[in-house]
Design a protein. Structure first.
Length: 752
């Protein structure tokens, strides 16, 4: 039974419902018996009758289910059915007692009275004008969505999207979609331009409709921002949009001019080239430039001691706590610069002493009784900062006291220019990961007189979000920057450290000896690479190294998502090796992914409203792109899953599963800000744009105790030689260099 069919019956019990997209698992009673149904309801109503369109499917664990793609709510017939429906609380203002009074009074005509002559309900004891209005509105809303959903489905809109549309537009849903289906891309989470374009085609919108062209322009600009650029040359934007939509360039130019005039886009000139920004990125770059210079030039209280004495005292403190520690001349100069300047940047590769500098500064500011905030872009980076310094650290989002409005899909920070951070010193680590919008929020919250210090490795991959902020600030030369180059003796004993610097300098890494922490293992085809990876994670590394306690200490990092050595396929292979299906082991399948108890998983995007609690039931909100954890429990009935990420427990259900993936293997980009005991990196013929020096450098520097490159040595050579950095179009460098912050187009791939 796999063909499309109809089922008519009564919804007897809701097992699970996600109110955001309506995804529901429920028990459905028909004349032929009960069945489990899965699909999307706006608001499932126990006791209500429905006609469902769908098909029977066989779930490998839960057996036969009826998966419905659309539904029609049927009014119950007969006094018993009507009483059951009204008693279930499906209409606001009517409970079991009131339902019985209504049915006793109006009998089988009860629903007709509610719909057509609601004023007659006033004769029922307990129903007054206010409750009558509530009953009438609730009943009409129910009927309204039932009718709207049918029409939306006829437009080619999936039921889960229909639920979201109705939650936004209500009774105006049909008119809103018919007027401009492209606004769904702006208003409805998960609605893409191609989906809206198909809806518009069904509705008969012209190929050259202004709505279509303007939406296409926004789509191209947003795609460009996803790849990291904050601006786009107008001619390039015109050409790509015209090709995407199959319209003339002149039509695109006309729409760009209209959007600039209406304030939807911003235009500027860069190196005599006209460029176009999405509104938000344009003003974010302006504010970053303004606020950096403002903070740099502000007057602050002088440090009340000789800097050399402060450094000597901090050095002595660290020696007493941690053993013999001496700062190099380079490190002392970096610390002094942070005490002499309002804004400072310290950048350098692994083993150059950035952590020691942070610890020195923390001790100095503690001695001076200056309040200090430590922060990093990700939770994992903040945790490492806290462990190394012994002082509390947090994500930048938490520092800024973020507040997310789910209704408006807007992220705001509680700390801003009107309510700035109170600390006298702010130290931010892993600054290369800060994108344009986050840096904008941070700088707005830093008041005049604050000491602001950024540390990070400018040679790593840039932030996942738009912008190349740290590199642009350094390249502008308007902020004091210390570049650390000296590798310390202990770090120099590590092949991981020395080979990281060799790669960054354009030299081939060197093979280590038997007791080394860095190996290059040659394999001549993809299958052999994959087989060696299987062998290593299946116990070989655990048997060979006492610091590898389990496979959880081993992280696969790959440049790509595609192919046999891409993250999805590697995850599938490694899950079957490390956490195979077993009788009695809970698992849950969502789309083409299966999660099992004990799986290593990763959060794929920021979710500011996701609720979590720790083991002491302290509660909070927010999980972030790149957070990793382990599946701790699975509830098959509610189709939900609990993940432990550090000390937080997060429950995933419904649409949240789209934000989660297996993490036995992750892309190098997703690994930024993290460190792992063991890192394995497949080396093969990946797309040329991914085979770059800074990608290999970033991957190698993720390993703490052991790094293995497996594959073709020629691919390693290609990546070392390919110093084509991530090309991004930004305007920040030129804004900082220019006294009036006029924009100039730069290619942020410039090697520093």
């Amino acid at each position: 039974m796999t063909g499309q069919m109809q089922q008519t019956g009564t919804l007897s019990r809701v097992i699970f419902n996600n109110p955001e997209n309506g995804y529901t698992v429920a028990v459905f009673d028909t004349d032929e018996g009960s069945m489990t149904i899965v699909g999307s309801f706006a608001e499932p109503k126990p006791g209500a009758r429905y006609r469902l369109d769908g098909r029977f499917v066989i779930h490998k664990k839960y057996g036969e289910q009826f998966s419905f793609s659309s539904f029609e709510e049927l009014l119950p017939v007969g006094e018993d059915a009507i009483l059951e429906f009204l008693s279930a609380g499906n209409i606001r203002g009517i409970g079991p007692k009131t339902a019985k009074l209504i049915v006793d009074t109006f009998g089988a005509e009860s629903l007709k009275i509610i719909e057509e002559k609601p004023e007659q309900l006033l004769m029922i004891n307990g129903i007054g004008p206010k409750s009558l209005e509530k009953i009438r509105e609730s009943f009409l809303e129910s009927r309204d969505f039932a009718n709207a959903s049918i029409e939306l489905r006829e437009m080619g809109i999936e039921m889960s999207d229909a639920v979201r549309i109705y939650k936004i537009y209500g009774s105006d849903s049909i008119d809103a979609v018919k007027e401009n289906p492209y606004m769904l891309v702006e208003d409805i989470r998960g609605m893409t331009f191609p989906k809206a374009d198909l809806i518009a085609e069904k509705l008969g919108f012209a190929h050259d409709s202004s709505f279509r062209i303007e939406s296409g322009i926004r789509y191209v600009l947003r795609s460009w921002a996803v790849s990291g650029s904050t601006l786009m040359p107008e001619e390039m934007l015109t050409e790509r949009t015209a090709a995407l939509l199959d319209v003339t360039r002149e039509e695109v130019r006309d729409s760009i001019r209209d959007m600039v005039f209406n304030g939807e886009l911003e235009e500027d000139t860069a190196d005599d080239i006209r460029v176009i920004y999405l509104y938000g990125y344009y003003h974010a770059e302006q504010r970053i430039a303004y606020n950096l210079i403002r903070i740099r030039n502000a007057q602050r209280m002088a440090v009340p001691a000789l800097i050399d004495d402060l450094i000597n005292d901090a050095e002595a403190d660290m020696a007493a706590d941690l053993g013999e520690i001496y700062l190099s001349a380079e490190q002392r100069a970096a610390v002094a610069a942070c005490l002499e300047n309002n804004v400072s940047i310290i950048t350098g590769g692994p083993g150059t002493g950035k952590t020691t500098i942070i610890n020195t500064l923390v001790r100095i500011f503690r001695r001076l009784d200056m309040s200090t905030a430590l922060a990093a872009p990700t939770g994992r980076a903040a945790k490492r900062m806290e462990e190394a310094s012994g002082e509390p650290a947090m994500t930048i989002h938490r520092l800024l006291e973020y507040v997310y409005s789910d209704d408006e899909d807007i992220l705001d920070f509680g700390r801003d220019e009107d309510n700035p951070l109170e600390q006298q010193v702010v130290i931010v680590d892993e600054a290369s990961m800060i994108d344009t919008m986050l840096m904008d929020g941070l700088l707005q919250a830093v008041k005049d007189g604050t000491i602001l210090i950024f540390t990070g490795d400018a040679d790593q991959l840039p932030a996942v979000g738009a912008g190349n902020v740290l590199r642009d600030i350094i390249a502008s030369e308007v902020i004091h920057t210390t570049r650390l180059r000296e590798i310390f003796r202990q770090a120099g004993d590590s092949r991981i450290i020395t080979n990281s610097h060799r790669i960054n300098n354009g030299e081939m890494p060197e093979q280590g000896s038997r007791d080394s922490d860095f190996f290059m293992l040659r394999r001549d085809d993809e299958a052999a690479v994959l087989e060696l990876i299987r062998e290593l994670v299946s116990g070989r590394l655990e048997r060979g190294y006492d610091f590898v306690r389990s496979a959880a200490d081993i992280q696969l990092l790959t440049p790509t998502k595609r192919g046999a050595l891409g993250a999805p396929n590697l995850n599938s292979v490694l899950q079957e090796v490390l956490n195979p299906a077993e009788e009695g082991k809970p698992e849950i399948t969502v789309g083409n992914r299966t999660f099992r108890l004990g799986d290593k998983v990763m959060q794929l995007r920021n979710n500011y409203t996701a609720e979590w609690h720790d083991d002491d039931w302290n509660e909070g909100e927010g999980i972030f792109n790149g957070d990793m954890g382990t599946v701790e429990s699975i509830d098959a009935i509610s189709k939900s899953m609990t993940v432990r990420s550090d000390d937080r427990l997060i429950t995933y259900s419904g649409e949240m599963f789209e934000e989660l993936d297996l993490a036995y293997a992750v892309t190098v980009h997703k690994s930024q800000g993290s460190e792992f005991p063991v890192v394995i990196i497949p080396m093969w013929r990946f797309p040329p744009m991914l085979m770059t020096r800074n990608l290999l450098y970033t991957a190698v520097t993720r390993g703490k105790r052991l790094v293995l490159l497996i594959g073709d040595p020629r691919c390693i050579r290609y990546m070392v030689d390919n110093n084509r950095a991530d090309e991004r179009y930004t305007g920040l460098k030129s804004r900082l260099k220019s006294s009036d912050y006029s924009v100039a187009l730069i290619r942020s791939s410039t090697v520093l």
